[in-house]
Design a protein around this ligand. Structure first.
Ligand SMILES: Cc1ncc(C[n+]2csc(CCOP(=O)(O)OP(=O)(O)O)c2C)c(N)n1
Length: 802
């Protein structure tokens, strides 16, 4: 350690003593030291592969050959962490920290290392010279850890790689956790995203009596990767108006002088904590309705890349966008090596770490202990807190089906009754919520309102129904918010269910990507305990859009989920209400999956009694003997999805009329992943089982709910794949009758029947007559709907008969 650098540190510290604020001179000195240590470790992770304590002069051999990471946001995150630690210790707080700019990963790794959480999770990363060596080396290193806050990072429920979801996650974590404070660092660039912009509204849904608190901290460091941020350039007045307009009370902490900022930040955190505690105390002692509070938040405006190199190669870096990633990016120029060494020594590593590389007790003792450390808070490892739901007997809700196809029911309304009972049984545990973008009633799940209303802390007017400050149904017209809240609710150890229009769930495609990746990675991290699955019910689906047209018609979320890894993705297409009950019960019991259920809400024929439904759903796919013929079939009529099942069975009745001696096998698929080979998906049928259903040589007409290519993709390795002919959605749609929708997409019964005749070799002579019959039926259909605006009676009033 060069004497001159030490002098500088001492001088800096001496200057600080003069600053006024809540921190005593000694506390200020120690907190500043803690911050320097976190900054040192952050820079070390980005740059060094050897010489972690700078015990020798830095040489090029000590530097990683690929410099991967983000410095710019990190010093700000580090300062916030140190200050939150003080707040936790002084007030014995239960706090977790969500980091929007997750690319500041080295800062979170550094802080969890300094507080000891990291070593407890990863014993090889000791708090010693060799541990620090490994800590540095593993960062952004093959086989090591990612550069972002990641599932591997203790204390995190939020990756932050894809920006926009921090605030929604913070609120989802706070729901039903009255003792928890979730601090949430929002990047000012991140705040430009749509998901983040809507997330400010979460404060209208958080109940200060029942829920925890969220403290948003807007990290206004002014720049993104290469440009200024909008919020940094609209003036402080406009920013204040904006944040107040969202219902927050912003407190500004601004500056570039560490001593001043330390004092201001400490004072502001004390103020906002007192404000949060006042809000909660008032709400918790109130017996009547609670007035929606204006929750405090902090705007933390400090330089990007603070304490890093001010200039590199004559260009300004600290306080600019150039600090975003690696401020000194190459070492061809020998000055750069010296500059990096000066930068790292400016933190005074020898003053911070002892000869063995251990963080000096003077500073280390500032950290909270045990579960109060943000890297060890159990809320950030939700599986550890997870309690199974108390689940009602779904059979109680079963639709009686004494005979197939003689009773109609609205599948989702039946499910609504079951979900109401799930809600009721778990009210005491307060660990189940239903999420949806204003569609719970539209999706016919409104029975849940009998036991819990829609959460709502904004004004309630006389005309409103089912709104409640204590509601557990989360409705907001933002799929982003529903998804973000639910993800975090699950990640903090609770359960939920998201119902959504099928076409619009695509809005959160990217969010579910991130969640699925998180689930995948956590399966290989032993200390991360399994969390409840993310359950989707997609309804108001492509085939039944009474009021709506093409805009509402898209079954592509199935394809999106099918692309996720096999250890995470599950897709169910229950053909009727009893199958939906069985599938939903299964999904609510499962852990660590993304479960996609697609089911209609319209009155439809019911096929299976509850026992048969459970057997069918457990198998995932099966031959419906009652619908087909024994023995060797001419044709396999396969179906997946409620409307394709209806059309298939109607096609079967037509075929029997057309070809009395036809031998048909009907196969229904509930669990789409049974189609994949077992080597690809754990639900995949083995080839023998698959062949027993679909044969090795008979034509298969497969009526599918989604895009036809999906079935081909899943089955292309099967023996009989060349015989599988799939009908599904091919992008045709409009506001029309239910049957016309299937006609437009060649999924209708007449087309399926023609397909069958065309594919059965022994019926080849009948193809011309069958084709004429098909066109005559379609012409009849088109003329009738044009005249009457409704489907043909023979279609509308069709019922199964055998
Ligand atoms: C949704 C999304 N779009 C783009 C990016 C690429 N990206 C990574 S960091 C960054 C700038 C982030 O700026 P800010 O949120 O202000 O963070 P900070 O300045 O604190 O690093 C961008 C655009 C991303 N990670 N996520």
């Amino acid at each position: 350690m060069a004497a001159s650098a030490l002098d500088t540190i001492e001088r800096d510290t001496a200057d600080m003593v003069g600053e006024s604020g809540p921190l005593s001179p000694d506390m200020l000195r120690r907190m500043h030291g803690y911050w320097r240590a976190a900054n040192y470790l952050s820079v070390g992770q980005i740059y060094l592969r050897e010489n972690p304590l700078l015990e020798e002069p830095l040489t090029i051999d000590h530097i990683k050959s690929r410099l991967l990471g983000h410095w710019g946001t990190t010093p700000g995150l580090n300062m916030l962490y140190v200050h939150l630690n003080r707040l936790i210790v002084e007030n014995d707080l239960n706090m977790i920290n969500v980091i929007g700019p997750g690319h500041g990963g080295p800062g979170l790794v550094a802080n969890t290392y300094l507080e000891g959480s990291y070593t407890e999770h990863y014993p090889a990363i000791e708090r010693s010279r060799s541990g620090m060596h490994r800590l540095f080396r593993q960062f952004s290193w093959p086989g090591g850890i990612p550069s972002h806050v990641a599932p591997e990072t203790p204390g995190s429920i939020h990756e932050g790689g894809e920006l926009g979801y921090s605030l929604a996650h913070a609120y989802g974590a706070a729901f039903d956790n009255p003792d928890l404070i979730v601090t949430c660092v929002v990047g000012d660039g991140e705040a430009e995203t749509g998901a983040l912009a809507t997330s400010w509204h979460s404060n209208k849904f958080i109940n200060p009596a029942r829920d925890g608190a969220v403290l948003p901290i807007l990290h206004l460091n002014g720049f993104k990767i290469a440009s200024p941020t909008v919020l940094a350039r609209i003036g402080r007045d406009e920013l204040t108006d904006l944040l107040r307009g969202f219902g927050h009370d912003p407190y500004f902490v601004e500056g570039d002088d560490p001593a001043e900022v330390h004092q201001k930040l400490a004072g502001t955190l004390d103020t906002v904590l007192a404000r949060i505690q006042d809000i909660q105390a008032a709400a918790r002692s109130s017996s009547g309705p609670i007035e929606r509070p204006r929750w405090p938040m902090i705007v933390f405006a400090t330089p990007k890349g603070w304490t890093g190199p001010a200039f590199v190669d004559g260009l300004p870096v600290e306080g600019t966008w150039r600090a975003h990633q690696v401020p000194i990016a190459s070492f061809d120029n020998p000055d750069h090596l010296r500059q990096l060494e000066d930068w790292m020594r400016s933190y005074d590593p020898a003053g911070l770490f002892d000869e063995d590389g251990k963080f000096r007790e003077d500073y280390a003792s500032l950290a909270p202990t045990g579960h109060r450390r943000m890297g060890s808070n159990p809320h950030a490892n939700g599986g550890a807190l997870l309690k199974p739901l108390s689940l009602p007997d779904f059979r109680v809700h079963a639709v009686p089906v004494p005979k197939a196809g003689q009773t109609k029911a609205e599948a989702t309304r039946v499910l609504g009754g079951y979900l109401r009972d799930v809600m009721k049984l778990n009210l005491g545990a307060a660990n189940f919520r239903l999420f949806g973008p204003d569609e719970t009633a539209s999706n016919r799940l409104e029975a849940v309102y009998e036991v819990s209303g829609k959460a709502w802390m904004a004004e309630i007017d006389a005309v409103d129904v089912d709104l409640s400050q204590n509601g557990r149904v989360m409705e907001v017209l933002s799929e982003h918010l529903c998804q973000g809240w639910l993800e975090a609710y699950l990640l903090t150890g609770r359960h939920g269910f998201f119902s959504c229009y099928e076409a619009f769930v695509h809005i959160i495609d990217s969010m579910v990507n991130q969640h699925a990746k998180w689930l995948k990675v956590t399966k290989a991290i032993p200390w991360r305990k399994p969390i409840a699955s993310l359950n989707y019910l997609l309804t108001s689906h492509v085939w039944r859009q009474d009021h709506n047209g093409l805009s509402h018609q898209d079954p592509g979320f199935i394809d999106h989920i099918a692309n996720k890894t096999a250890d995470v993705a599950r897709i169910y297409l229950p053909p009727d209400a009893n199958c939906l009950l069985s599938v939903a019960d299964h999904c609510l019991r499962s852990r660590g999956y993304v479960n996609l259920i697609v089911a209609g809400k319209q009155p439809e024929w019911q096929w299976l009694g509850i026992d048969a439904a459970v057997r069918h759903c457990t198998a995932g796919a099966g031959i419906w003997e009652w619908a087909g013929d024994d023995g060797d079939p001419d044709i396999v009529m396969a179906c997946a999805g409620d409307v394709p099942t209806l059309e298939t069975l109607a096609a079967v009745t037509l075929l029997r009329d057309y070809v009395p001696d036809i031998r048909i096998r009907v196969v229904n698929v509930v669990d789409l992943m049974v189609l994949q080979p077992q080597s690809e998906h754990p639900h995949g049928l083995d080839d023998r089982e698959f062949d027993a259903l679909f044969t090795t040589d008979k034509p298969v007409i497969f009526a599918f709910h989604g895009f036809p290519a999906m079935v081909h993709k899943l089955t292309y390795r099967r023996t009989n794949h060349h015989n599988i002919h799939v009908r599904g959605f091919k992008g045709e749609g409009t506001t029309t009758t239910p049957f016309d929708m299937v006609v437009l997409n060649d999924l209708d019964r007449y087309r399926l029947a023609l397909d069958a005749i065309t594919r059965i070799p022994r019926l080849s002579a009948q193809i011309p007559i069958a084709t004429d019959r098909y066109w005559a039926a379609i012409e009849r259909h088109k003329l009738y709907i044009a005249e009457h605006g409704d489907d043909l009676p023979e279609v509308r009033d069709w019922r199964w008969s055998r």
